[in-house]
Ligand binder design. Structure first.
Ligand code: ZN
Length: 182
């Protein structure tokens, strides 16, 4: 951040009195511009024994597969974000179920949340951000082509839990990947 979004003056990066971390501070109007983690919400839509995946038409990870997911908007709930992203990316209508994975990704200041969901009909098709949308059985999941670790982690838990018949919230914290994966 270079300029104050409140008054337009240049900001400085310093620790305000009484604070413990440096912030972008406007010396002109006194605004402290806090920056906090972003929340990414996704859905794991299920139809019988299959799961809905989208192939990304955008960077990062263009051409790779993912669950419908994206950044939460202001003034919506996390469950609404899951349903909205699923509609936007897969034109798919879902009934949002239980929160299923909650994954901290501290090195990029994100929190990823995935809800289990029931796909309501088969009228899905690629949205603006998807090349294709398809249902996959466990044995057909393109594991090497999954875009994000939090997504492959959610899918692996799903198939394990389904096999065991035990559903529970899974939490994790991801460390930075090896440099060659970035
Ligand atoms: Zn200012």
């Amino acid at each position: 951040m270079k300029f104050c979004s409140n008054c337009g003056a240049a900001v400085t990066f310093r620790t305000p009195p009484g604070d413990s971390l440096p912030r972008h501070v406007c010396e002109q109007c006194g605004t402290i511009h806090y920056q906090n983690p972003k929340i990414v919400v996704g859905a794991l839509p299920v139809w019988e024994d299959r799961v809905l995946l989208c192939r990304r038409a955008i960077e990062p990870r263009y051409g790779m597969w993912t669950l419908p997911a994206g950044f939460m908007e202001n003034e919506e709930t996390t469950a609404q974000a899951a349903a909205r992203e699923t509609l936007e990316e897969a034109c798919a209508r879902i009934e949002v179920g239980e929160l299923y994975t909650l994954i901290d990704v501290p090195h990029i200041s994100q929190v990823h949340m995935v809800y289990r969901a029931r796909l309501l009909d088969l009228g899905f098709k690629p949205g603006e951000e998807s090349l294709e949308v398809a249902l996959f059985r466990e044995e057909d999941i393109p594991w090497e082509q999954i875009a994000f670790r939090s997504i492959s982690m959610s899918l692996r838990h799903f198939f394990d839990d389904r096999r065991n018949g035990t559903w529970t919230l899974h939490t994790a914290s991801l460390a930075p990947p090896p440099a060659e994966w970035r």
